[in-house]
Structure formats: structure tokens, C-alpha cells
Write a new protein. Sequence first.
Length: 306
Amino acid sequence: MPIKIADGLPAQKVLENEHIFVMTEYRALHQDIRPLKIIILNLMPTKIATETQILRCLSNTPLQIEVELLQTSTYTSKNTPQEHLIDFYKTFDEIKDQKYDGMIITGAPVENMEFEEVEYWDEICEIFEWSKTHVHSTFHICWGAQAGLYYHYGIPKYQLPEKIFGVFEHKLLNRKSRLFRGYDDTFYAPHSRHTEVKAEDIEKVPELKIMAVSDKAGVYVVGNESGSQFFVTGHSEYDVDTLATEYYRDLNAGKNPNIPENYFEDDNPENEPVLKWRSHGQLLYTNWLNYFVYQTTPFDIKKVNE
């Protein structure tokens, strides 16, 4: 089944070329069906690339999904054309009276700053608080996961001695969770971050459960008891070349970055990256949508969290 997106969104052509069924607003209006309403708060500077990556992950499901894009009003992206933001993005004031079946909050390139120093922190806090009453289940990614854990549960982040950068093996701590249906015992996921959250802090919070970890990258997936919040510290949505783009960007800027671990064939950046995480990423989003959004959200969206 299709993803419903705004007419003309750049991701449409990319996804259609991958044989992913994308439905425009015009066509969707002629169907009598209640799609899942998903809103994506996109905090990444490369918004078009991030939109496409997440939409691809949401596509592998028989559910019809209506996607809206949200940006902060207190900070305007300098790396995305203004016309794109005007045409396809909404601000919190425009959507705060609506309810949603699901929400995705992306990472952001601000992790070396204290949370309270981030220019849009107050607005993010308002959105976090709003999500508790207006969203059935929220999926937090990377910095969005760290920020969510800090806001909702007071869990701090810690500076790492060196950047976690590469594709790492993970293991499940909760095999019976529906979030991991179809998973192998071990799987791979990309990480790119300078900070971490620690298991001992999370374990002090009774409402939270650590669900997947990596020996090298640490805590990976955390969920609350009700399934209304998930926190994922890595980037299962990344394209095969995303880490390479980041590596060469920093290399060309004279930053002497480490080669991303377990990513290029033979760990040689002259070779092509090896895609090891696509099936995991698809399953993670599909299972979240199916078991924690579609199967539990009320048919009348106005009754979300009532």
C-alpha cells in the first residue's frame, strides 16, 4: 500500500524509481480509507535526503500512511531551499491542535552542545510535551532520542572520547518484543555521534526498558512500557552512501576523520561501502507502524490519548 505525500515532494521520483508505491494527495482524496497520520519533525540540515530515507523505511508495509513534515520556527535550515520548506513543511503552531497516530523526531547536528544551549530547545520541549497528549506513538532518532530521554526522563548524555562512526553489530535483549518480529539474534546498524546515553541511567527508570545494545556502540533501542515512546540512538534509515558522504565531507574540510568502522569493503575507503542494515531498518519501521501504531491507535483519531 502507498505512502501519501504532498504533490511534488522531491522524494516522490526517487521512491517511484525504486518501485515504491507513492500516492499523491489528489489520488488519495478519491479513496475512502482512514490512513495513518504520521508527522516527521525533521531537524537534520539535509532535509530532502532525510525525508527520502525515512519515507523509504515507512514504505514496506500494507498500511496507507499520510505523512506531514514539521520544522522548527525558532531556527531555519540553511541547507535546504526556502521554497522547499515553504511548500512542504509546517510549523508547530500550524499543527498543534491536531492529533497523530505516529511521530518521528530525527537527529540533529547539535549533540556537542548542552541541550539547553540549542537555539530551538524551548520549542522542542513544547513539542515533546505536546506529543504525550496528541500522538499515539513517537519514534525518536539519534540526537532526537537523547533529547527525548533527557526531557521525559531526566537521562543525561555523555561526551565520548572519540566519535562512534561506522556500522556495528547489535544484539537483542528483548527477543519477544513485537518491535523485533522477524529479526535475527544479531543485526547491524549505522551510528554517527559524539555522545552517548548510559545503560545504568536508563535502568534506574522503571518505565523504560533497554531493548537492543551493541558492544561497541552501546545502548541502541529503548522503549517505554506502553509502546508510546521509542528511542533509537543509531541511524537505521541511512542510505548506503550516507556515512561515506559524511566521511569525505569532513576529510575535505581538513578534520582528519576516522574511517567509518566496518563500512567500506576491507575497511578501505577506496572501496565501495557494504550495505548491511537495510533489512533491519525496514523491519524496525514496519514493526513500529504495525504493532505500536496501527494495531493500537483508535479508529477515530480525535480519541488519541483520551
